[in-house]
Design a protein around this ligand. Structure first.
Ligand SMILES: [Zn+2]
Length: 165
């Protein structure tokens, strides 16, 4: 089932999300619906608050297959920064440059509740950080240091798929 993606400045996007204690059928269904919604958008990542749920759940698909991550937490980040032009499904038509650590380690749980550790670099590192920020009520424009890089993209075709997280 497709879910409605909320738009900034909806206050849900500013709330800190709560941890998921039990992966019940409701959570499993939400994971499936979020993956469907991300693919349809189209986007490369989606966090639960973007569909109005203040819980620690993200789904990712950078073209290598979709996967969910429950209660994700960044446990390591390197000092080297990388810059990507980011956009967000909650900010249609706006992109801006964001610098983030190029390599991170993220711990979380998979759909079965099994502990998962992801070592991410490059674009996956950026996407994971963008989504985990959503769980803390942080949105990408907060991270745009040089506001002159913020720009409007008029046509949908001008926005690369990779920018929609
Ligand atoms: Zn986003």
């Amino acid at each position: 089932m497709l879910l409605k993606i909320i738009r900034y400045p909806n206050p849900v996007l500013r709330k800190k999300c709560r941890a998921i204690k039990r992966i019940d059928s409701k959570i499993s269904k939400l994971i499936d619906d979020m993956i469907e919604t991300m693919h349809e958008a189209p986007g490369v990542g989606l966090a639960a608050p973007q569909v109005g749920e203040n819980i620690k759940l993200i789904v990712i698909d950078i073209g290598e297959g979709a996967f969910p991550l429950i209660n994700p937490k960044i446990t390591k980040k390197n000092k080297t920064l990388q810059t990507y032009e980011e956009g967000c499904l909650c900010f249609p038509g706006i992109v801006g440059e964001v610098s983030r650590p190029s390599e991170i380690v993220v711990e979380g749980q998979d759909k079965q509740g099994k502990k998962t550790i992801i070592e991410a670099q490059g674009f996956l590192s950026t996407v994971l950080q963008h989504e985990i920020d959503h769980l803390e009520g942080i949105v990408f424009i907060d991270r745009v240091k040089d506001k002159t890089t913020l720009r409007e993209v008029q046509k949908k075709e001008e926005v690369e798929k990779k920018e929609l997280i």
